[in-house]
Write a protein that binds this ligand. Sequence first.
Ligand SMILES: NC(=O)c1ccc[n+]([C@@H]2O[C@H](COP(=O)([O-])OP(=O)(O)OC[C@H]3O[C@@H](n4cnc5c(N)ncnc54)[C@H](OP(=O)(O)O)[C@@H]3O)[C@@H](O)[C@H]2O)c1
Length: 236
Amino acid sequence: MGNIFITGVSGGLGKAMAEYFIRAGGAVFGVSRSAPKDLLQFENFSFRSLDLGNHESIPPCLDALFTDNQFDLFMLNAGTIGQYGDLADISLQEAKHVEDVNVWSNKVILDYCLQKKMSVRQVVAISSGASVSDARGWSAYGVSKAALNMLIRMYAAEIPETHFCSLAPGIVDTSMQEYLYSLGKDDKYQTLGVLQSAKESGKMPSAEAAAENIINALPKIRETIKSGGYADIRKL
Ligand SMILES: NC(=O)c1ccc[n+]([C@@H]2O[C@H](COP(=O)([O-])OP(=O)(O)OC[C@H]3O[C@@H](n4cnc5c(N)ncnc54)[C@H](OP(=O)(O)O)[C@@H]3O)[C@@H](O)[C@H]2O)c1
């Protein structure tokens, strides 16, 4: 197993994927604002603190982080949900911030790779079922994940030597779901009821189980999904 870069390694799915790859012997490079303290002890894990909403800080951070320019995998996982609810109720500033983190940070990262002539075999951008859902409430998050899907399609056309995919991970028991759970039920937003039932009935996989599922699916993604395509792990 070679070099793997993961964004959003401080918790949830990103941390679980980082730990899986570290234990499997990969050289894992990770970023997030806060550090995954229990992973810092591993010699094959390199970490830099980075706010992906601050785009100017991304290239110098990657300069300091990367010790090689050949990668097996970029897992563009970091994401923020912003405020769940009606799009009309969130400020333009907050909507733009959600897009800055969920979409445009990935442009900066991929442009960095191009400028540095890095070789990346596979890019997986963690998308969401919200990117293709018209359910009320996904708001700026849904808009950002739909834009992420198209960003990945564009780069797939521009960089044919790398396999690109936007992947919806299904519902995963992380702090993002805790936030949605904390909102309670609301007749306006049917999704909240569905997610709450999944959490209460134990049908929401842990981050560790979801990470393993995604990692096991990586070869199948390369073999069956056209580069740039969107896939849902539940349908693979
Ligand atoms: N959980 C689900 O059910 C679900 C479903 C569909 C899609 N997803 C997607 O899966 C991915 C992982 O989500 P999760 O559920 O694991 O969420 P999570 O537990 O909230 O973790 C999000 C990760 O992203 C990082 N992050 C957020 N804002 C950042 C910023 N400005 N700069 C750098 N890193 C930032 C966080 O680190 P810091 O806060 O330390 O910066 C954290 O490591 C996201 O893209 C999410 O949209 C999740």
